[in-house]
Write a protein that binds this ligand. Structure first.
Ligand code: GLN
Length: 248
């Protein structure tokens, strides 16, 4: 039994798992285990009442508008607990539909879905879907973050919320500002599927370090051999930046 362990709460894997988003959990688990640390992954299913009291890292994947509405209604009941978790520096990763839920609202035509209000941002649905491969540069990791985006929503950040990064290829939050995702305290919101973490191990370690720091006051992580992951990252980045990729 290792001395250090992190509890990872995976919200509604059966509803929010577009483009293999649940693969992010495998990466978090493995990167802890490869370092001799323990991962306690707790899945929260539709009929469960989630608790964040002992959570170290929370993951919310992406989903269709319909699934998002179901999840949102459930999570709104836990809003104050989630707010305390975030304000206390809890690490949270939310992808696409999950990212949109972090904000004040998601407006789809006449329908306005109330969000969790954890981060000062809001989303409305644009006239087209933004579907593309994507690459961004971000202060959370040394290498570009690469992946895939497919969203109708356009997300607008409040003045004090930083983006996760700057778009190098693709659309990001709204296809216009060059901003992608959000970074607020230890919350990472992003439109990047992939799943995100296998090709971007720096993002995984950013989140794990934040969670370890909060739990054990020590953010140090033993380096791992990421040569395979980084080769995949580099291959995709170079292909996108070469200008030879045909999107749709
Ligand atoms: N329903 C959202 C949108 O289309 C999110 C989709 C997703 O998670 N890929 O904007």
């Amino acid at each position: 039994m290792s001395s250090k362990s992190l509890t990872i709460v995976h919200l509604y894997p059966e509803l929010l798992n577009l483009y293999g988003d649940s693969g992010n959990i495998l990466v978090l688990r493995r990167r802890l285990e490869w370092r001799g640390l323990e991962a306690n992954v707790r899945e929260v299913h539709v009929d469960d009442t989630p608790s964040f009291a002992d959570a170290d890292l929370v993951f919310i994947g992406g989903g269709s508008d319909r699934e998002q509405a179901i999840v949102c209604e459930k999570l709104l009941r836990q809003r104050s607990e989630l707010t305390s978790f975030v304000e206390d520096g809890g690490a949270l990763l939310a992808v696409c539909g999950g990212y949109q839920l972090l904000g004040h609202s998601y407006t789809m035509g006449e329908t306005k879905l109330e969000g969790l209000g954890l981060v000062d941002l809001y989303t409305d649905r644009g006239p087209t879907r933004l579907i593309s491969n994507i690459a961004i540069e971000s202060p959370v990791c040394e290498h570009p973050i690469v992946g895939y985006e497919n969203h109708g929503g356009r997300t607008h950040l409040g003045a004090d919320v930083k983006p996760l990064g700057r778009v190098l290829y693709g659309n990001g939050n709204d296809g216009q500002t060059g901003q992608e995702g959000c970074l607020y305290k230890n919350v990472v919101g992003t439109y990047i599927h992939g799943p995100l973490l296998p090709k971007n191990p720096g993002v995984a370690d950013f989140l794990l370090a934040r969670a370890l720091e909060r739990r054990y006051c020590n953010a140090s992580l033993e380096p791992l051999d990421d040569s395979v992951e980084l080769a995949a990252n580099k291959g995709m980045y170079e292909r996108l930046m070469s200008g030879n990729v045909q999107e749709n």
